[in-house]
Design a protein around this ligand. Sequence first.
Ligand SMILES: *Cc1c(COP(=O)(O)O)cnc(C)c1O
Length: 395
Amino acid sequence: MIQLDITKADHDIYLDHAATTPVDPRVFEVMRPYYVEEFGNPSSIYQLGVSAKAALEEARTRAAFVLGASGHEVYFMSGGTESINTALQGVARAHGMKGTIITTAIEHHATLRTLEFLETQGLEVVRLPADESGVIDPKDLAKALTKDTILVSIMHANNEVGTIQPIKESARVIRETEKNFKIKIAFHTDACQSAGYLNINVEDLGVDLLSLNGSKVYGPKSAGLLYVRKATKIQPLLFGGNQEQGLRSGTENVAGAVGLSHALSLAHEEAPKEVERLTVLRDHFFDKLASIKNLKINGSREPRLPNNINVSLDDLRGEALVTYLDDYRIQASTGSACTSTEIEPSHVLLSMGRTEKEAEGSVRFSLGRSTTKNDIDYVADVFEKLVARLREMKA
Ligand SMILES: *Cc1c(COP(=O)(O)O)cnc(C)c1O
């Protein structure tokens, strides 16, 4: 613990909503009966099963509404990772494990590692680099597309730096290429970080596949869904009882599906107000941090998720900063949470042209529903004083 000239907060200030969110009590309330009383298996033909099945289908319709899709195109999965794996491996299998997949250098590990595996199975993978603000240029995508392209996977918003990709423009480029080469290209987007804040209407985005999860939208962990546009060629990864129209066998997580779709509709309804509120807080935070010498903001301010702040200091280590912040009851993260066991610098920051030192000295604060202006003032104050003290100690 480093003593700073500041009074420690009397409550935790959780600024790691990009890692996971608490379950909204309203969501928890609608999930509860499906664990305790309405516990039937949706495949059973007696009343208890029929009502579980009805709850599952209602959840599907609710989620489909937010996506602007039909219920038949929504498949419940066990989280973002399974949705992404099903999308990527499932499309590859449907193409006989042949062809080229185009992705970006800044995807979540669920995408990166899956595609590394597909590469060992004979598929070709092309990774588009991000520019220094963390954006993938649709012109680079246009150049990379060939008649062998079977799938493109570009995340909607980045989990580390909150940058938002031009998905619509990318879709336009893909559709143009399909016409020119007379081929079909499946377009997948990882919307795990964007689902709570941005428009994820699949017609507006122009995607064929979309992954999202409950744990980032104030819903349950290990609950997710994959949207698959009708007539998209895809094969399952799991075989068994043929649940989820055969794409995902296994007894359905009814409570999880109910919770996920409730969480998604609440987030959707509240997004206009919440995005505005968080954007003000985010920009206030950026302004306060500007007084710290040699601090670099990672990613441009706009377009950016309303809840993401990511900064680098090339003379301090992110882990040290995060650990000392914890002593002041502030939960933040460095790099991406999923790699917290590895000490590799972030692949996202490196792709954006940050140095290894800058990548190792990065801190991400991700705001959420509980975040107030007082919290931000306190965190900015602690952070500024902490950086000053650590620099003094090094000198
Ligand atoms: C969290 C996350 C995932 C993985 O989702 P899980 O539900 O943890 O499997 C994938 N992509 C992005 C962008 C994420 O933020």
